[in-house]
Design a protein around this ligand. Structure first.
Ligand code: ADP
Ligand code: MG
Length: 260
């Protein structure tokens, strides 16, 4: 066993995203105050924190949409902080993004929506093959025969699944979800949680899920990181976070576990 890329059972996978001592202020307002995080390849990390705690700001640093005041963001072995626009565009192909609102184009069919990134980035792919790829991605998210439907014909949960199919159509290594269950009813929330778990199982992707939904977080996470007052105050396996001694985490979790 001389090769270094042989992963031993029980050995954590190497990180695909590493954030080191990240700081970001907007004017006088300090939002990130020294974030250090590591996401093992193939795992699901949930970043949990209250509204306005800086979760979206942190996520934007992972794809270079924001530049930090200081610190490093290492994706797939490369520090992305010094990257210019062309390098960033290449980097972003490693990511699929699923936003809070499914953000589908209402005037386009499901087929046109899901194939959109292929038309933008893979003009070399013939239409026939595109149809196959779209069908394959829709089947991964559990949808069949919906290509000719419009978003308004679909339920909220199905629209989320179409959003994920579009996010994975270029075969990203990492999928980022920003508040995927916020504002959804409990049944649709369950459906979206299952979708995140399925995507991990079927694609082996690394997922980063930003959430303030505690129930969802504990369902989908391999690891949870808790963002509070600009720092990750606790992180680890959900069972560890459940018994966190940090006062900020305790109060936050009580709002859910206190009632259940
Ligand atoms: N581009 C920006 N300019 C100024 N302030 C910002 C900007 N983006 C985010 N903020 C501020 O940073 C804080 C964290 O925002 P955000 O990351 O969106 O929170 P959340 O945890 O709810 O996702 C908020 O106070 C927000 O107003
Ligand atoms: Mg947000």
């Amino acid at each position: 066993m001389a090769t270094s890329d042989v992963t031993q059972p029980g050995t954590p996978a190497p990180p695909i995203i590493e954030i080191r001592d990240l700081h970001k202020s907007f004017g006088e307002h300090k939002v990130l105050d020294g974030i250090t995080l590591s996401v093992p390849a193939g795992s699901t990390l949930v970043i949990l924190g209250g509204s306005g705690s800086g979760k979206t700001v942190l996520m934007k640093h992972m794809i270079g949409l924001l530049k930090p005041d200081s610190g490093q963001v290492i994706v797939d072995g490369e520090d992305i902080v010094p990257m210019g626009p062309l390098e960033l565009e290449k980097l972003r192909r490693k990511f699929g993004m699923v936003f809070q609102a499914a953000a589908l184009f209402d005037s386009m069919t499901v087929y046109e929506n899901v194939s959109f990134p292929l038309r933008e980035h893979r003009k070399d792919i013939p239409e026939e093959q595109m149809r196959e790829l779209v069908k394959e991605k829709l089947s991964i998210v559990g949808l069949k025969n919906v290509e000719q439907k419009y978003p308004s014909d679909l339920s909220g949960g199905m629209r989320k699944r179409v959003g994920l199919a579009r996010a994975i159509v270029l075969d990203p290594k990492i999928v980022l979800y920003d508040e995927p269950t916020t504002g959804l009813d409990p049944i649709t929330t369950d459906y979206v949680d299952e979708m995140i778990l399925d995507a991990k199982k079927q694609l082996g992707v690394t997922s980063v899920v930003i959430s303030h939904d505690i129930a969802s977080a504990f369902k989908v996470a391999d690891n949870i990181a808790f963002l509070y007052q600009g720092v990750i105050v606790d992180q680890g396996h959900p069972s560890k976070l459940r018994h966190s001694q940090h006062p900020g985490v305790k109060v936050f979790l009580q709002t859910w576990f206190g009632k259940n």
